[in-house]
Design a protein around this ligand. Structure first.
Ligand code: FEO
Length: 402
């Protein structure tokens, strides 16, 4: 990788992670993810955020620094906007190369440096609004807690107008040899937009209130470049990703898209017949929808579409007197990720007796969903039951359109 110049003194130095590993040990990243660090050069040199030893990220970062005429051993300050190990995991190895480097973070961040990495010296905790003079270049630190870890801060370089925004405004998806928004085609932007929604829904959605708070706090900055810890660096239209994150934050409350996410599982095809009828009903009303089968597809994807959609269809058979287990996992993730305020239709087949209903109702209690009357049937659905399913789906679609 090479360094990408943001200004005469500011560079993006990133590593692309392309691996079968899961992000955070949970979320698939089939198209990779970038770990973005930033180099700021005054008389002193600062590196903003590090990497973990993952997919040869340290080697990639080393090459990028070299292309900017520097190296790990030349860094005076390592600034850690937050401590999640995707940005810090290589810290101890880095310090072996450069024992003189001073590590800068918030008070909570420095505490995590101690607990995660057992480092005790060369640490400096900064307060909200505190500045660091690099000699001709000045950095300012702003605490933006809980986007998405409590110690999170953003770093600001006023001469170039660059906001180093940590995980806020990030996306899944490796970058390759380009990093700036004006270097990608509309088709590539469409891909990163989908991946930014999935990233937000997977990683940030529980913290939407704090996203809005952080954006409001920094609204007075004249941002000319939005430089997140993952994904595209926005220099042509630095507000685009900020505005998009505000839309995403709204999905947690009252402004979801007029779409339906159909999430279904089926053991032997009886529930699938019901899903087909539901889709016929949705299509008849002309409403946009997405379809996700569990457990075949990872919950990462249904979570993203459920997060943005006004309504959900949850289709599951009864399994051993309770919910189809993969759907129980989906609902647990939805609860943890605050998929609130949806209008929902639950359907499903049962074999011996029912049982999904009771567990389902307990699972969604905290989610503040409006539920249409469920449709359940014994074994294979009858023609009458299929007609009911189609009509109930049309009812749901009409609610979405309203
Ligand atoms: Fe990209 Fe929260 O780490």
């Amino acid at each position: 990788m090479k360094a990408h110049k943001i200004s005469d003194t500011v560079f993006c130095v990133h590593a692309d992670i392309e691996t079968a590993d899961l992000f955070e040990g949970i979320w698939p990243i089939p198209k990779g993810v970038s770990l973005n660090s930033y180099l700021v050069k005054g008389k002193k040199t600062a590196l903003i955020d590090l990497v973990r030893d993952w997919s040869e990220a340290p080697k990639q970062l080393d090459a990028a620094l070299a292309s900017a005429g520097t190296g790990f051993d030349k860094v005076d300050y390592l600034i850690l906007n937050h401590l999640e190990p995707d940005h810090t995991g290589w810290l101890r190895e880095f310090r072996k190369i450069n024992p003189q480097v001073e590590i800068i973070s918030t008070i909570k961040g420095i505490n995590l440096v101690k607990t995660f990495y057992k480092e005790e010296t060369g640490l400096r905790a900064v307060k909200d609004g505190e500045k660091l003079d690099l000699g001709g270049v000045e950095l300012t630190f702003f605490e933006t807690p809980n986007i998405h870890w409590p110690e999170t801060m953003m770093t600001w370089e006023s001469a170039s107008g660059t906001l180093f925004s940590c995980d806020a405004f990030g996306s899944f998806g490796a970058l390759g040899e380009r990093v700036f928004d004006d270097e990608f085609s509309p088709e590539e932007h469409a891909f990163y937009e989908k991946e930014s929604l999935r990233y937000y829904a997977n990683i940030v959605s529980s913290f939407s209130t704090f996203v809005e708070r952080g954006i409001e706090k920094l609204s007075g900055l004249d941002i000319k470049c939005t430089a997140p810890g993952h994904g595209i660096v926005w220099r042509k239209n630095p507000r685009a990703i900020i505005e998009r994150y505000l839309v995403y934050a709204g999905y947690s409350k009252s402004a979801p898209e007029k779409e339906i996410a159909v999430i279904w599982g089926s053991m032997y095809g009886n529930t699938k017949q019901g899903v087909d009828a539901v889709i016929r009903g949705i299509e008849a009303e002309g409403v946009r929808y997405s379809v996700h089968r569990v457990p075949d597809e990872d919950v990462s994807y249904s979570l993203a579409d459920a997060f943005k959609s006004k309504a959900l269809v949850l289709a599951m058979p009864t399994y051993e007197y309770a919910m189809f287990p993969p759907m129980a996992y989906v609902l647990d993730i939805f609860r943890r990720k605050h998929i609130f305020g949806k209008t929902v239709l639950r359907i499903g087949s049962w074999g011996w007796v029912g049982g999904a209903k009771k567990e389902y109702e307990a699972a969604i209690e905290a989610l503040k969903w409006e539920s249409l009357p469920s449709v359940e049937w014994a074994g294979a659905p009858t023609a009458q039951e299929l007609a009911t399913l189609e009509e109930r789906a049309r009812e749901l679609a009409r609610i979405v359109k309203a």
